[in-house]
Design a protein around this ligand. Structure first.
Ligand code: SAH
Length: 596
């Protein structure tokens, strides 16, 4: 078998068959901009949709002998082996490469398993001999390579162009490339990071004989990861998103994985990657049970101190750092102290929580302006005031209020006084985008009473807008079968985790061995259940069950009898046993049905 990467852009490719496998082949080809023709008498709906969208040509009929000629690549995935064979022989006769799904004998090429991070692709093949092995390896690599590799490769490509522009001799170019690679890739942990502009400038500018070529010098080691030697501290102000861990940005996650110290708020804790190395310093600075939050001046001083030690610091803040997060003040302090910093924006809760609650913050003809305000400061008498009188006049607008639980009665009073209609739709959302999300939909006049009755508490946002009327019809999140579940899954069962998340659950993937960051995430909110696949996972999880996240005695989903027996032995309450070989869909259905 001879591996190649084919450029199929604008090449004609044929897919014979109209089922799920044919669909996947067609999608893969479309992604690479091939010109795809699908021949199938009864195609599945998504194929028809792709045809309607003009992304492929669909011919609803049977394959006609001889047709395969004239294509660059041919795939057959029908359930009729004789059709598949005809397709293959037709193609083979005229020298066209052909692949019949699940039939290695009728293949002149195989498709490798692949892991893809932007332009970076890793392909794995077994010559068709052991697809299961390829599948498992692919999964393992998929877990190993974080999303940061896409950005890293893009940075490497840009760097290559810059190096080439300098027109240095090839050996010198290679030395500069080595410098980039050695400083940005940790081959032990398979991590990569994008270098700073200053680092790149240094590598490009430094005379080549000063470049350490560690590989050739024979010492082999990448000096201290990340390289602390010639670097001053650096602070990334990173937005953690609104609470759902998946709403952290790719860059934010990448910065966290590179960090040597993380200073985090309570609301930002769920976004910490569970696999953060134990060596990373974790500094909680938000309000935690019984403790007062660290005063802002102390947080500022901590950031400066950590950076002066030469560390890569992430200041992780809920939502977006510059939206009511005092990120501006922290940036000013860093700037004043001469410390390099950057801002990685986050998804602000005022927009995301509304999306999860079925409320579009703007909507054509209904709301054409969006005001984000802090209700808390706005009702104090000493600071700059919100012009409630102006807001009250604007019918086609959305007002989203942060920190608004205690100030809500005052806000409503002022808006009504200024003439806003009492019937204006209004809502409040607590812990939006998380498993603990609650919402109350009402009107301006009645919101205060409705919120009190439902017992909503901070963190919560209010929204006053004509678009609140969509909150029931567009309530996609509440309709997900596992909305409201916060499930702990030990190990790294990638596909299972994704499936649970798709079904609406918040998943805490606990790494083995356990890390301090995972413990923070685990205990950041109440756990509703855990999924364990064997007695060893039970044993391992047992040690973690004492923390505040476990207070509510979660349901334990045990896959297989031996796991369930061990859980009962260990005194776990509420053990539910499911068959060991159960599929993801059945597991989701099982958990969902236990809620009714
Ligand atoms: N920088 C943050 C806001 C910090 S102020 C952001 O961009 O989202 C803290 C306030 O944000 C809370 O009092 C609450 O009003 C709001 N908030 C943050 N996360 C929230 C969530 N998941 N659901 C509802 N409100 C949230």
């Amino acid at each position: 078998m001879y591996p190649v990467m084919l450029d199929v852009r604008r090449r004609r490719c044929l897919v014979v068959g109209g089922g799920g496998i044919a669909l996947r082949k067609a999608q893969g080809l479309i992604e690479e901009e091939a010109l795809v023709t699908v021949v199938a008498p009864e195609p599945v709906a998504p194929l028809a949709r792709l045809a309607d969208e003009g992304r492929l040509r669909l011919e609803r009929r049977r394959y006609e002998p001889g047709e395969a000629a004239g294509y660059a690549l041919v795939f057959a995935a029908t359930d009729d082996r004789s059709v598949n064979r005809t397709v293959f022989t037709d193609a083979d006769r005229v020298g066209v490469w052909a692949n019949v799904a699940d039939d290695p004998e009728l293949c002149s090429f195989h498709l490798p398993g692949r892991v893809r991070r932007g332009p970076l692709q890793i392909a794995i093949a077994s010559g068709g001999e052991a697809p299961f092995a390829v599948r498992r390896l692919r999964q393992a690599l998929d877990r190993r390579f974080g999303p940061e590799w896409a950005e890293w490769l893009a940075a490497a490509a840009r760097f290559r162009d810059r190096v080439r522009e300098l027109g240095r001799p090839p050996a010198e170019q290679e030395a500069v490339f080595d410098r980039f690679f050695d400083a940005t890739v940790d081959l032990e942990a398979w991590r990569a990071r994008v270098p700073t502009a200053a680092e790149e400038a240094g590598w490009l500018g430094a005379p080549v004989d000063h470049l350490d070529r560690s590989g050739e010098a024979g010492n082999g080691a990448v000096e201290g990861w990340p390289d602390r030697g010639d670097r001053r501290g650096f602070v990334s102000l990173v937005g953690a998103g609104p609470g759902c861990p998946g709403l952290l940005t790719i860059r934010g996650r990448q910065r966290l994985l590179e960090a040597e110290a993380v200073v985090y708020d309570r609301l930002a804790a769920p976004a910490l990657p569970c696999e953060l190395e134990p060596a990373v310093e974790l500094h909680p600075v938000g309000k935690e049970a019984g403790l007062h939050p660290m005063p802002q001046e102390e947080i500022n001083a901590l950031l400066v101190r950590l950076a002066r030690r030469g560390l890569r610091v992430v200041r992780l803040k809920g939502g977006d750092p510059y939206v009511f997060g005092r990120g501006g003040e922290e940036a000013e302090v860093l700037e004043g102290a001469g410390i390099a910093f950057e801002v990685v924006p986050g998804v602000t809760s005022g927009v995301a929580a509304m999306a999860w609650a079925g409320i579009p913050v703007t909507h054509r003809r209904e709301a054409v302006r969006l005001t984000l305000l802090t209700a808390h400061e706005a009702v104090k008498s000493d600071g700059p005031q919100v012009r409630w009188d102006l807001l009250a006049q604007d019918e086609h607008a959305t007002i989203v209020g942060y920190m608004g639980v205690t100030a809500l009665p005052e806000v409503v009073r002022r808006l009504l006084e200024a003439g806003m209609s009492p019937a204006t739709p209004a809502a409040m959302v607590e812990r939006g985008t998380t498993a603990g999300q609650k919402k109350v939909v009402s009107t301006l006049a009645e919101l205060v009473a409705a919120v009190a009755e439902a017992g909503l508490a901070p963190p919560a946002l209010f929204v006053i807008s004509p678009t609140v009327r969509h909150a029931t019809a567009l309530d996609w999140f509440a309709r997900l079968p596992l909305a409201g579940e916060r499930l702990v899954v030990p190990g790294s069962a990638g596909p299972l985790i994704r499936r649970l998340e798709e079904a609406g659950a918040e998943v805490v993937p606990l790494p083995l061995p356990m890390t301090p960051a995972a413990r923070v995430v685990l205990n950041a909110a109440p756990v509703t259940g855990c999924v364990v696949a064997g007695p060893d996972e039970v044993d391992w999880l047992d040690g973690e069950r004492g923390g505040p996240g476990w207070a509510g005695e979660p349901l334990s989903w045990c896959l297989g009898t031996s796991a369930a027996e061990r859980a009962r032995q260990r005194g776990w309450q509420r053990v539910r046993e499911l068959a060991g070989g159960i599929g993801c869909d059945e597991l989701v259905a099982g958990i969902a049905s236990s809620r009714r």
